[in-house]
Design a protein around this ligand. Structure first.
Ligand code: PMP
Length: 340
C-alpha cells in the first residue's frame, strides 16, 4: 500500500467483483465494477475529476473558482468533494424528486444546493438548463469566475471512462471479456467503456440496459427516441442523444423492469453483501440478459454504480416499495426478534 497524495488519487482503480450466484446460475462470469468504492461512493467521481481537470487545464476554471452543475446528485457529490480538495466552490442544481440522502450529502460537503421542480428537458426550467444559465450568470458575478460542468454534453466525462474505467476492466479480466453492459444517465460510462474495450477487441459486445421512462432502448432498436412508463431508479434514464453518446458503439439493448432490478439489488445485498442503488440493479439485470445471449462460458462486466444507503428512504423503505407495487424483502419487515 502506498500513500495517496490527496483525494483525487483515490478515485478509480476499483475492484471487479464476481457476482457469484448469478455467475453460477448462468454458467458465465458476471463481474461488477465496484464504483461505490470511490470516495464519493459512486461512478460519477471519475467524471467529476476529469471535468474539473479539463476545465483547469483549459484555464477556464481557476483556484477559488466555482463549478456549477445540474445533477441527479452523484456528479454533484463528486464535484463537491474534488472541488473541496482543489479549493473550488460548487453550486448544484438538483431536481426535487431526488433522494433526501443525496441532498443531505451535497449539503454536508459544502455544496450550495438549488432545488428545482422536476420537469422534462424540453422545458426551459429543466435542472440542466437552469444550471447552464446560472453558470453564465455566476461567471460574471463570482470574484474567481464560474464554469458549467455540463456533464451530459461535455465529453471530458466519457474521456474518464476511455482513459480509466475501460482500461481497468480490460486489465482486470486479462482481456478475457465478451461483453459490457450499462444503463445511461449521461452516457459517459457506456460510451467511454465501450470505446475503450472495442479498441482492444472490436468483437466485445456493448449493450445498453434501459429503465422504463427512458427513450434509448427504442432508439437503439428502432431508430426512434420514444419513452414510455417510469422508473424509481435515479441517475439514469435518458431521453436524447447526448454528446457523450454520439458515436457510442452499442450493439444490443435491453429494457429492464423496476421489479427485476429491485429484486437483484435485494438478492445482491442478502447473498453477496453488496449494498447498491437501483441503477446497479438495472445494470446487473442487463448483464444477466447479455450472459444468456452470449451463452455459457462468456464473461460479462457491468458497473455497480453507487452505494445503497443513498436510497435508504426509498429503495429500502417498505412503505415506498409497497406504494410502487414492488416486492419488499423479508428482512426489512421483520420486527425486532432479539432483546437484550
Ligand atoms: N447510476 C447512477 C446512480 C448515477 O448517478 C449515474 C449518473 N447520473 C449513472 C448510473 C449513469 O452514469 P453515466 O452518467 O455515466 O451514464
Amino acid at each position: 500500500m502506498t500513500i495517496r497524495a490527496n483525494l483525487l488519487d483515490t478515485i478509480g482503480n476499483t475492484p471487479l467483483i464476481r457476482l457469484n450466484r448469478l455467475s453460477d446460475e448462468t454458467g458465465c462470469e458476471i463481474l461488477g465494477k465496484a464504483e461505490f468504492m470511490n470516495p464519493g461512493q459512486s461512478v460519477k467521481d471519475r467524471a467529476a475529476l476529469f471535468i474539473i481537470k479539463d476545465a483547469m487545464a483549459r484555464g477556464t476554471l481557476k483556484p477559488g473558482g466555482t463549478v456549477v452543475e445540474g445533477t441527479a446528485g452523484n456528479t454533484g457529490i463528486g464535484l463537491a468533494l474534488v472541488g473541496n480538495a482543489l479549493g473550488l466552490r460548487t453550486v448544484i442544481v438538483i431536481p426535487d424528486t431526488q433522494s433526501q440522502e443525496k441532498k443531505d450529502m451535497l449539503r454536508l460537503a459544502g455544496a450550495e444546493l438549488v432545488e428545482v421542480p422536476a420537469v422534462p428537458y424540453s422545458n426551459p426550467n429543466n435542472y440542466v438548463k437552469v444550471s447552464g444559465r446560472l453558470a453564465e450568470k455566476l461567471a460574471t458575478t463570482e470574484p474567481n469566475g464560474a464554469v458549467w460542468a455540463n456533464q451530459f454534453d461535455n465529453v471530458a466525462n466519457r474521456q474518464a471512462h476511455i482513459e480509466t474505467t475501460g482500461p481497468e476492466i480490460w486489465e482486470q479480466t486479462g482481456g478475457r471479456i465478451d461483453g459490457f453492459v450499462a444503463a445511461v444517465g449521461t452516457g459517459g460510462t457506456l460510451a467511454g467503456v465501450g470505446i475503450a474495450l472495442k479498441k482492444h477487441n472490436p468483437s466485445i459486445k456493448i449493450a445498453l440496459a434501459d429503465p422504463h421512462g427512458a427513450a434509448l432502448y427504442s432508439y437503439y432498436t428502432s431508430g426512434e427516441l420514444k419513452a414510455e412508463g417510469s422508473s424509481i431508479t435515479e441517475g439514469i434514464g435518458q431521453g436524447r442523444i447526448t454528446e457523450n453518446l454520439v458515436g457510442a458503439p452499442i450493439d444490443l439493448a435491453y429494457r429492464i423492469d423496476d421489479a427485476e432490478a429491485v429484486k437483484i439489488v435485494f438478492d445482491l445485498l442478502e447473498h453477496e453483501g453488496l449494498c447498491l442503488g437501483g441503477s446497479s440493479g438495472i445494470n446487473v439485470a442487463g448483464a444477466v440478459r447479455l450472459a444468456r445471449e452470449l451463452g455459457r462460458g462468456s464473461t460479462i462486466a457491468t458497473v455497480l454504480c453507487d452505494y445503497g444507503t443513498r436510497y435508504q428512504s426509498k429503495l429500502f423503505e417498505p412503505s415506498f416499495l409497497r406504494e410502487k407495487g414492488l416486492p419488499v424483502p423479508e428482512w426489512l419487515e421483520q420486527p425486532a426478534r432479539i432483546r437484550a
